[in-house]
Design a protein around this ligand. Structure first.
Ligand code: SAJ
Length: 445
């Protein structure tokens, strides 16, 4: 049976590992296998990425050029756009994007494309693992039939499992080797062999009884965050209405040593996980006649935050007898969270759009983001990109309002408070001393 054959190859580190998609999930994964002595082939549709890898260059913040080069030079890593080489692999791990369509429905096109490529070159004796975040049932309802239609039988000819990616880009404490790995096979043989494989590169493998359990686990993790962030945002609105300092409340609640986990209000949620993953779960639940209200309520509250922040700006300018229209507004920090350059789903884009639609002249400063482009989803303005402005004293002094959307560590907030007239702080970036010593009026979420 294929189980024994693969177990033997994995035990001896001779299993050849194929990874489809060398992004922030796939590249760290294939390099981790390479450093542990497995030969890996990375499959990319982007020839430039493949060329970079083969030249020993990394384009992912958590993967060093040194480690890529070490694997390439040792013959443990090759990147290619030739999917025909999938036939050489004993293990194939799919690490492709799972975005949402504009209708908030799952976009499975990348998984289907990867499945099609695997079908073209599949041979007996392969283990296929899906890591892309997706709705429960994808592995056994979508991928399994694709392979069986080619005449392959599960357990006899191939194994199939799901293992959620838990990569947290830029996290200094947790990387591939020390993040527990959940593994669920469509069959027990699949679970056993996939767990044996990951046990070669991670300290802790948590095997579960099915691929669906593993798929649901990942969505639970990130839906948990989306809902709790939504609650923090609603609490900010309540505290604001009651004239209570939101941040002081949540900091006090966080002193509870059990039964509480602090989440913080913000200008909305960005990134490629939290705004999207819950919709994979609610979409699937709806197929079974269940309406997951928590997910839609969290979405409503979280996506209301940009408009709420624009309202804070409007009211703060009004206090200074100014209108939004004609005001110079500086957005401080546009990335979706601090100290990274990722703009995906960043709420700052919506805030810029809303302020521009009310006639404000909007500029931004973000040390990590050189240019902000507005796709068709952001209709206001002439669609021209915005470019990062140098944070000069003059820029601060000429701004009628500075909106802190992302609290990058390297910004000198004391200088911002010294030179600006009005600050709307959506991240509690200004500590009490800075706020109390501020020449600028400070309004907070
Ligand atoms: N946010 C808040 N308030 C909070 C926490 C986050 O407004 O209390 C906002 C952030 O500013 C951001 C969005 O929500 O715009 C998402 O933030 P996040 O901290 O969840 O960061 P992500 O999107 O990078 O989430 C990733 C996820 N990792 C994986 O899916 C493998 C998530 O599961 C991790 O828990 C998270 O990183 C993390 O903890 O850093």
């Amino acid at each position: 049976m294929v189980k024994q054959q693969l177990e033997s190859l994995i035990d001896s580190n001779d299993a050849k590992i194929g990874v489809i998609g060398l992004g922030y999930v796939g590249l760290p994964l294939i390099v981790e296998f390479g450093l542990k002595g497995f030969e890996g082939i990375g499959f990319e549709v982007d020839a430039k990425k493949a060329d970079d890898i083969n030249a020993g260059r990394s384009y992912i913040v958590d993967v060093s050029d040194e480690n890529v080069k070490k694997c390439v030079d040792a013959g443990k890593l090759t990147a290619t756009t030739d999917f025909g080489r999938l036939a050489e692999c004993d293990v194939i791990i799919i690490c492709v994007p799972t975005p949402l369509r504009k209708t908030k429905d799952p976009d499975m096109s990348y998984i289907l494309a990867a499945g099609d490529e695997i079908c073209k070159y599949m041979r007996r004796g392969q283990l296929v693992i899906l890591e892309s975040t997706t709705y429960p049932g994808t592995t056994d309802e979508v991928l399994q039939p694709m392979f069986e239609e080619k005449g392959f039988k599960l357990d006899e000819d191939f194994l199939l499992a799901f293992s959620p990616e838990r990569v947290d880009p830029g996290n200094p404490q947790f990387q591939t080797h020390n993040i527990p790995k959940v593994v669920g096979g469509v069959t027990k043989d699949s679970t056993d062999v996939a767990s044996l494989l990951y046990g070669k590169i991670v300290n802790q493998v948590h095997s579960v009884s099915s691929a669906r359990v593993a798929e649901a686990c990942k969505l639970w993790e990130n839906t948990f965050r989306a809902i709790n962030i939504g609650m923090a945002n609603e609490m900010a609105k309540v505290c604001n209405a009651l004239g209570i300092d939101t941040w002081e409340v949540v900091r006090a609640a966080a002193t509870k040593p059990f039964g509480f986990m602090p989440f913080f209000p913000g200008p909305g949620i960005g990134g490629h996980c939290i705004p999207l993953d819950p919709h994979y779960l609610s979409w699937k639940a709806r197929q079974h006649g269940f309406d997951s209200q928590f997910i839609s309520l969290a979405e409503q509250i979280n996506s209301s935050m940009p408009r709420y922040v624009a309202g804070l700006v409007r009211d703060a300018l009004n206090e200074a007898e100014k209108s939004v229209k004609g005001s110079n507004i500086l957005i401080l920090g546009v990335a979706y969270k601090k100290d990274i350059d990722d703009m995906r789903e960043s709420p700052a884009l919506s805030i810029i759009d809303l302020l521009r639609s009310r006639g404000a002249e909007v500029k931004y400063h973000d040390p990590f983001v050189s240019e902000v482009t507005f796709d068709h989803a952001y209709t206001i303005g002439d669609g021209e990109p915005l470019y990062n402005e140098e944070l000069t004293d003059e820029l601060l002094a000429n701004s009628d309002c500075v909106v802190i959307c992302t609290e990058h560590s390297e910004v000198d907030y004391s200088r911002v408070c010294e030179k600006a007239k009005l600050i709307v702080d959506t991240r509690n970036a200004l500590n009490e001393d800075t706020r109390n010593g501020s020449k600028a009026r400070v309004v907070r979420l």
